[in-house]
Design a protein around this ligand. Structure first.
Ligand SMILES: [Zn+2]
Length: 567
């Protein structure tokens, strides 16, 4: 009963604030209290989007009820501060300013994001900046005690502000600083103070000039939740974007930063002492689950303005298709929570290192718009509304098909294809080397069994999409994107299965035609995928993406074909 009372209270507030945010969205500069952020994250680290495609999608996002864009520009602008990191076909400053003006005219308030301390691969991989790294053997983290780093970042922040024009918020990134406190300077500082203070001092220093200009700095939440000891020292002018991609109401686990994903039973005294009141706001009696969004309430109770951040594309997804239902639940519950009276909204993240396009994230991207009409909408209602609007069908077959493509398999996700956020080429022999690794660890049989299971699911998913496109009254283009994803997944599972069987010595003398057919399919799919990627992504990056997705699998199959020919 209590739950339903509070749900209705939030529901009413959501409607009020959603109406407010649409009205205020067209007027950047409106008061943060009356207009909660309904944001979408545009990550151009990997997906260096083409201008016309960006404009088309910005229009779509505005129509779907968004009022802000978190711009992770990275190397897709011709920065003067860091010319070495600029990608060959990056936007000129003038081109990007034109996109920003277009976005503002649509009522999408720009929030610049310049990654600081962690995830600075695109900078640190350049020789000139290697001395900025926390540890020499890694390229992901700056040293926060290196005074040159601070000067460099302040200069870059100034350039960002020049490009973006007047903004209310500036996001400093600052997540996943995995080597915090490891260099001699930082180790000494942390020993005298704490890791928490080391991080917080740096963030405060970066934030000060922004605050002096009347801009609210923002950071991702994981580091201060992992190291909360000195939280009192972090400026309350700093907003916290609390990212939680694996959580939804009823998911059964909670994220405890520094500890991982914990069940109710694993929440020990040290966790409960700090977070207990937020994990169990109504008490921990049997039958009450810990609140998966407790971190946002914890930070808000500590005086911070907090924005909840779900994801429609993150680790755990393949390069071809997302975990649709999983992301929908995370997105819906995060936006609902972001609109609770204590919090300041929500921003949907979409990490493009996972490569599949925004078009396949539609069910999650559409959620803020859906919630406006039905703030307490259930997943079933959400699915029904989606298929009616997109395909003119009251038919959940679309979601059954998408669900069959949701699980990752061998050689169909970034880490298993040898490429990462640093955007360096994957070794051509990656797939063959991985097969050897699997053989050495004695897991060939298990991988083969998993592969058979995935192949069955992907094939059923493909057949369902092919039947759905026949029935659909609209949305054929979107369904064709799904069919391309399904065909790629089927082909990749067939390729993996062949390579595993080959390594197990189970490929007979007549296997030539089979491997040739799989290789020909892969090459056909490569051409079709390249055409689809090239419509959205700039030419130089399209070539790199094709290399990541296809090169090492194609090479592995070509070797297998040569062996089969010799049998
Ligand atoms: Zn350091």
């Amino acid at each position: 009963m209590l739950k339903s009372v509070s749900l209705h209270f939030w529901t009413a507030l959501f409607v009020l604030s959603a109406v407010g945010s649409v009205a205020c969205g067209a007027r950047p500069g409106a008061d943060v209290v009356t207009s909660r952020l309904v944001g979408f994250h545009i990550d151009m680290n990997i997906a260096q989007f083409r201008g016309p495609y960006l404009k088309q999608e910005l229009k779509e996002l505005a129509a779907r009820g968004y009022n802000a864009i978190l711009w992770e520009v990275e190397n897709n602008i011709r920065w003067q501060t860091c010319p070495e990191c600029v990608s060959p076909d990056a936007f000129s400053i003038a081109e990007f300013k034109d996109i920003l003006a277009y976005s503002r005219a649509l009522g999408l308030e720009p929030i610049p994001l310049l990654q600081t301390i962690g995830h600075c691969e695109y900078v640190l991989k350049n020789e000139r900046y290697r001395s900025f790294a926390e540890v020499p053997e890694r390229i992901d983290q700056y040293c926060p005690r290196n005074p040159e780093v601070l000067t460099f970042l302040q200069k870059w922040i100034d350039e960002c502000l020049e490009v973006f024009g007047p903004v209310r918020y500036f996001h400093l990134g600052a997540d996943e600083a995995y080597t915090l406190g490891q260099c001699p300077l930082c180790r000494a500082y942390a020993a005298e103070h704490s890791l928490s203070e080391l991080y917080i001092d740096h963030i405060n220093a970066l934030s000060r000039p922004l605050v002096e200009r009347g801009i609210r700095p923002a950071i991702w939440g994981d580091m201060v939740l992992h190291h909360p000891e000195a939280l009192d020292k972090l400026s309350r002018k700093i907003m916290i974007f609390d990212w939680l991609y694996d959580r939804y109401d009823g998911c059964g686990t909670v994220q405890v930063w520094g500890r991982g994903s914990l069940t109710r039973e694993e929440l020990d005294a040290s966790v409960l002492e700090r977070f207990g009141a937020f994990l169990y706001p109504l008490g921990d009696e049997p039958g009450r689950d810990p609140d998966p969004f407790y971190t946002s309430d914890f930070l808000a109770a500590n005086g911070f303005d907090v924005v909840v951040c779900p994801s429609s594309s993150c680790y755990g997804d393949s390069v071809f298709a997302p975990r649709t239902f999983f992301h929908m639940r995370n997105t819906a519950d995060s936006f609902r929570r972001g609109f609770s009276p204590r919090l300041k909204g929500a921003v949907l993240t979409s990490w493009t290192v996972h490569l599949f396009p925004w078009e396949l994230q539609g069910p999650s991207i559409g959620i803020p718009g859906f919630l406006k009409g039905r703030p307490a909408g259930t997943p079933d209602e959400l699915q029904k509304a989606y298929t009616l609007e997109h395909f003119g069908l009251d038919d959940p077959g679309f979601f059954i098909a998408a669900g069959l493509l949701a699980k990752r398999g061998l050689f169909n996700y970034a880490a298993d294809l040898g490429f990462f956020k640093d955007a360096r080429p994957a070794p051509i022999g990656y797939v063959s080397d991985r097969i050897e690794e699997i053989a050495k660890s004695g897991r060939l049989e298990q991988e083969l069994a998993d592969c058979e299971t995935r192949l069955g699911e992907y094939r059923r998913g493909l057949a369902l999409f092919q039947a759905y496109v026949e029935r659909a009254r609209s949305g054929h283009e979107e369904l064709m994107d799904w069919i391309l994803a399904a065909r790629n997944l089927v082909n990749r599972a067939e390729a993996s299965r062949f390579l595993l069987r080959d390594r197990l010595g189970r490929v007979g003398p007549g296997a030539g035609p089979e491997v040739r057919r799989i290789l020909e399919d892969l090459r056909t799919l490569r051409r079709e995928t390249e055409a689809a990627v090239a419509r959205r992504i700039k030419p130089a990056r399209t070539v790199e993406i094709m290399g990541w997705i296809f090169d090492s699998t194609e090479a592995g199959l070509a070797q297998a074909e040569a062996r089969a020919g010799g049998r």
